[in-house]
Design a binder for this molecule. Structure first.
Ligand code: PEP
Ligand code: MN
Length: 348
């Protein structure tokens, strides 16, 4: 349930309500940023909602009917904005994260980081621990890959997102990454999700290959209920009967999740389509449908990539896409990085 406090409720009144709920075995999550204090109450304790409604400073008590609680719009009406240094995810600006599928060599990471930065990306993506369908495929360089990625991001003033596949990798990834990616195959790795909930590093949770939106939001709830409120979601395509693309990118998930949840929603058109020539159209569609950001595979030499080359954009294709997004974003009231234009002297 959600306890909405009166606008002028005192801190003592808020604390008294929290104490009442905790004494009855509930976990209380205080929502920040709203004009009024809102308490999300979860757990299996016994609470009389009528009694809570009568407590001093309480405006109303609502039941959250969705199975996910803290991820729901009922708990938090305003959009969640995740701040990482000077980067704001989930605000007006459409944030683009781009880079190779995996870190291969120092030169490859640097060349790709330079290219995506030049085009206007804010975050470098790249894997050092790779979930591959075959055990014989390149599995990533591990910590050495993380080191390359961090150096590439730092050299070009980018934040870094990288995948953590298992709870045992959190510690090493935390030394290098600004954002942890939970891959589609791990969306229901509940041990990993719980562990990430204990930390404060922002988490991007990809939609599982056969997950419903409700299951996806319940997985986000695992992280949120552990106390980590910095969760963003990423639609990356689901398995359907269609074989012309690697996955079927569910663009309709964007407005649906934006209505159900306050969490930022990203789209990965690279894994969503598996085909380089279909990445830009789907990225444009995602931006137009209201995505808060995009996760895109770009490689300095995609035809020789060690993983996912067929869906990786050439830098010049990525640059063109960013220019197109600069037209689409303002059309729906969003902004996007204008630095590349300023460099060319086009902006005032
Ligand atoms: C990736 O981003 O490189 C990746 C493996 O993605 P997904 O988990 O969506 O397949
Ligand atoms: Mn990939």
């Amino acid at each position: 349930m959600v306890v909405v406090m009166k606008e002028r409720a005192s801190d003592a009144e808020v604390q008294a309500v929290i104490a009442h709920l905790v004494e009855r075995g509930m976990d209380v999550h205080r929502s920040s940023g709203a004009a009024r204090v809102v308490l999300g109450v979860v757990g299996s304790g016994k609470v009389d909602r009528g009694l809570v409604a009568l407590m001093d400073g309480v405006h109303e008590v609502l039941r959250i009917t969705e199975p996910y609680k803290l991820a729901s719009r009922t708990f938090k009406q305003e959009d969640t904005v995740i701040t990482i240094g000077d980067l704001k995810i989930g605000g007006d600006e459409v944030i683009v994260m781009a880079g190779p599928c995996s870190a291969e060599t120092e030169e490859q990471v640097h060349a790709t980081a330079a290219a995506v930065k030049r085009a206007g990306a804010k975050v470098l993506r790249g894997g050092a621990f790779k979930p591959r369908s075959s055990p014989y495929s390149f599995q990533g360089h591990g910590e050495e890959g993380l080191r390359m990625l961090r150096a590439g991001a730092d050299a070009h003033d980018l934040k870094l997102i990288t995948e953590v596949m298992d709870a045992s990798q959190i510690e090493v990834c935390a030394k290098y990454a600004d954002i942890f990616q939970v891959g589609a195959r791990n969306m229901q790795n509940f041990t990993l999700l719980r562990e990430l909930g204990r930390g404060r590093t922002p988490v991007m949770l990809k939609r599982g290959i056969a997950a419903t939106i409700e299951e996806w939001l319940l997985s986000a709830e695992y992280v949120l209920s552990g106390g980590n409120s910095a969760v963003m979601l990423c639609e990356r395509g689901i398995r359907t009967f269609e074989t012309s693309t690697r996955n079927t990118l569910d663009v309709s998930a964007i407005p649906i999740v934006k209505e159900l949840s306050h969490l930022p929603v990203f789209v990965d058109p690279s894994h969503g389509t598996g085909r380089r020539d279909k990445v830009a159209p789907m990225a444009r569609a995602a931006a137009a449908a209201g995505a808060d950001g995009l996760l895109i595979e770009v490689h300095c030499d995609p035809d020789h990539a060690w993983s996912d080359g067929a869906q990786s954009l050439f830098p010049v294709q990525f640059e063109r896409l960013m220019a197109e997004l600069r037209i689409i974003a303002p059309a729906i009231g969003r902004s996007i990085c204008l630095e590349p234009m300023a460099r060319r002297g086009w902006a005032r």
